[in-house]
Design a protein around this ligand. Structure first.
Ligand code: BGC
Length: 748
């Protein structure tokens, strides 16, 4: 099935800067397609070659089979050349196709033809609330994956954001399981249309970096099913993801790559997963247990590759009769099935792809342009009116900071990363003078950059005193300019894989800098660039205009400048709750992060806004929040019926009026609550949304379809999903805390 949809998702204004990409993607008004976004459905793995695969496997030696089950280089398994089976090649990752890594170490290989497009990190993608853009992303990066001759892209990363401190928050989508699956599915479908496999990671319950190598995660079954697994399940059942990555941590006593319950029972038996499970790098600890629990390929960090658990040790275990060779065959057959599906064995008719093209940079632009969140805009300071402005002070290390690479974990080597400062230089009228001052420095007390585990375990290592000379320069620039823009936040050295943050505080003295700049020039816009929540209350209270942007890809600076100047009307919405205080967040309120040997998710199902809304805790900015340069009003909320059966779909209709003077996009969010229930319920849960573009002064009707089965809770006694009968409230708004209209329905 070909899902290549009509490429309409980019706002009309953004099209001005968008060079036309694929012919199948035509420019039309966005709202129609976005509202009626198709149900994305992937193509199952092919079984057409099964008899050929059987004869290949029977011709293979045990050593050849074992070679296919473990890394023979850092990112590939061994070929069986005599039988025409190539290597299985892989690349990270979530921000785009990672640069080529050395065969036997983590050092970059130093190629000069491994440049790729740097796509917005997942936080930004999620903030678009645009499923079509998730598809565009998947499809675009899929073209790059195959162009780099890789079979598997180690993406998407879809763990739930349980704590705002999570080091990989920027790399993950959201705190909400529904939004998570709605973005995951189109991404995978788009990606796999290019004859490459997604590797959905990190399965599962990998929600913290602290102790990730051994921590034993305890989650009650209902919470596991309702919060942490839905996107993984949809990745199998709807997107037909071809591979999964087993996480580092333990779950209920067993490592995820040795977890019979998660891999054999849930993933394969219940969900019907037919693809392969690849271990996270060095996440296997036991040959027999890992193989028999359902891990197919062991990948790892440098050591002699024959010392991997699935190498010599596996061969020996089979020879000693400890592992049945049929178990080995099972995995080899699964891998070959996937390779045939990807056309990697004979390569006939396989997609060719393209990489680092202008069209792909513009895909990255389209996502970035819809991801920027306007948090505050007093007196309509934004969009910035350039008339009469002669000079603008641009302040902050983040104005120039690049984030394609940084920290631990996967980055992208790219030929283009437009910084915020460059974006402004590109977009501002040439007669406006930009007075740049760095203002603060990214400084750490014990090292230039964060070190593995440093941030969580040893407390903050940032140096937060401002350099007096730099502060002076910044204040001079602000004083002597008509207005100022401060670019603050964090970066990919500070937010990084392998460690969580110790605090929500803004590092490097930024709060003091912003306060002082505001004192000398109240006409100051503050722009945060970060992937995770920070404590920005003081800054937000003092500033008139606050924007939130992300590690936003190759075109991030241009997209941001377009939002600042109003060529793009912001339409991003927070994909997580920005808490007022760390203690307000559920994992911290329950004192159940980060644990030690074990971490118990004591907040249960009340993750993210579910906690804030149920416990009536006021966030700084709620889930789903984001302003626009226009205003919307929602009215005429109705459902197609008042009573529904268990197999029905609820059609929710609402009118969206743009009451302002510029066109814009609003995200209509549908939350459902069940006031009386036999089980604990969150105050409300997101069950549908629709991003609608509405012209100034006009009204558009939008519909959101909610299958009744979406209202189910997981019944631990019957081990099945159950829709309770009775009354439900359908609540529609533009954030979890701004519900504008409600209607009651009954499930009969
Ligand atoms: C990360 C994975 C990544 C792998 C290979 C691991 O440390 O957890 O997300 O794909 O390394 O780079």
């Amino acid at each position: 099935m070909n899902n290549k949809l009509i490429y309409s998702s980019v706002m009309a204004v953004a099209m001005v800067f968008t060079s036309c990409k694929n012919e199948q993607k035509t420019e039309e008004t966005a709202s129609v397609q976005v509202e009626k976004s198709k149900a994305y459905q992937g193509t199952p793995i092919s079984k057409e070659f099964d008899s050929k695969i059987d004869s290949l496997v029977s011709a293979m030696t045990l050593e050849e089979k074992a070679g296919m089950l473990h890394g023979s280089t850092m990112f590939a398994t061994a070929a069986v050349e005599r039988l025409g089976i190539p290597e299985l090649t892989m690349a990270d990752g979530p921000l785009g196709v990672r640069e080529e890594i050395s065969l036997d170490s983590w050092a970059p290989a130093g190629w000069d033809n491994d440049f790729a497009t740097y796509y917005p990190a997942a936080g930004g993608v999620a903030a678009t609330w645009n499923t079509d853009l998730a598809y565009v992303f998947g499809n675009s990066v899929g073209e790059e994956t195959i162009a780099r001759d890789k079979d598997v892209l180690l993406s998407p990363a879809i763990n739930i954001i349980r704590t705002p401190l999570g080091g990989r928050t920027y790399e993950y989508f959201t705190e909400d399981p529904f939004l998570n699956k709605k973005l995951t599915v189109p991404f995978i479908v788009g990606l796999q249309e290019n004859d490459v496999a997604a590797c959905v990671k990190h399965f599962a319950a990998n929600n913290q970096e602290t102790h990730r190598d051994f921590v034993d995660v305890q989650i009650d079954e209902r919470t596991l099913r309702e919060i942490y697994l839905p996107a993984f399940k949809a990745a199998v059942e709807e997107a037909h993801a071809y591979s999964f990555m087993g996480a580092y941590n333990k779950f209920r006593g067993d490592y995820l790559c040795e977890n019979d319950y998660m891999l054999n029972q849930v993933l394969r038996n219940e969900w019907g997963f037919e693809g392969i499970v690849i271990s996270d790098w060095a996440a296997v600890h036991d040959t027999k247990k890992a193989l028999e629990s359902g891990t197919d390929i062991e990948m790892g960090t440098p050591k002699p590759f024959n010392e991997f658990y699935f190498a010599d040790a596996l061969i020996q275990a089979v020879k000693d009769g400890k592992i049945d060779e049929k178990q080995v065959d099972k995995s080899v057959k699964r891998i070959l099935r996937m390779m045939y599906t990807l056309k990697s064995v004979d390569d006939k008719g396989r997609a060719k792809g393209s990489i680092s093209t202008e069209a792909h940079f513009q895909d990255a632009y389209a996502i970035a342009a819809e991801s920027v969140v306007l948090l505050k805009n007093e007196n309509n300071l934004l969009p910035l009116k350039t008339e009469g402005v002669k000079s603008i002070a641009v302040i902050g290390n983040n104005a120039k900071k690049k984030n394609a690479l940084g920290g631990f974990g996967a980055g992208v080597k790219t030929k283009r990363e437009v910084t915020p400062l460059e974006g402004l230089q590109n977009r501002l009228p040439s007669d406006i003078t930009i007075n740049y001052a760095e203002g603060y420095l990214e400084r750490y007390s014990n090292n230039e950059k964060a070190k593995l585990g440093d941030i969580t375990l040893n407390g903050p290592v940032t140096i937060n005193e401002l350099d007096p000379k730099m502060l002076e320069e910044a204040l001079e620039a602000a004083k002597n300019s008509d207005m100022a823009i401060v670019f603050a936040g964090s970066n990919r050295d500070y937010e990084t894989e392998a460690s969580d943050r110790a605090t929500l505080a803004l590092p490097f003295g930024q709060e003091e800098l912003i306060e002082k700049v505001l004192a000398v020039n109240p006409n100051t816009i503050v722009v945060f660039i970060a992937g995770a929540p920070f404590d920005i209350k003081k800054v937000a209270d003092q500033s008139k205009a606050v924007i939130w942007s992300w590690f936003n890809g190759s075109e991030g600076g241009n997209a941001l400048a377009d939002v600042i100047l109003g060529t793009v009307n912001p339409s991003g919405k927070l994909p997580w709750t920005m808490p007022l205080r760390l203690e307000d967040s559920p994992a911290h309120a329950t004192n159940s992060f980060p644990g030690d040997q074990t971490v118990s998710y004591d907040e249960g199902i009340l993750v993210g806004y579910r906690w804030f809304d149920t416990k009536n805790v006021e966030p700084l900015y709620p889930f789903g929040y984001g302003l626009s340069y226009t205003n919307f009003s929602l009215s005429n909320l109705k459902t197609d019926k008042s009573d529904y059966g268990l197999n029905d779909t609820i059609t929710v209709e609402v009118s969206v009026e743009n009451t302002g003077v510029v066109s814009g996009k609003e995200v209509v969010q549908v939350y459902v609550s069940k006031p009386e229930s036999k089980v604990e319920r969150a105050a409300q849960e997101l069950k549908g949304f629709s991003k609608v573009e509405v012209d100034a002064g006009s009204t558009k009707n939008t519909t959101v379809e909610i299958p009744v089965k979406e209202l189910a809770f997981y019944n631990v006694d019957t081990k099945s999903w159950e829709v309770e009968k009775g009354a439900y409230t359908i609540q529609v708004g533009n954030s979890s805390r701004n519900i504008l209209s409600k209607v009651q329905i009954t499930i009969k």
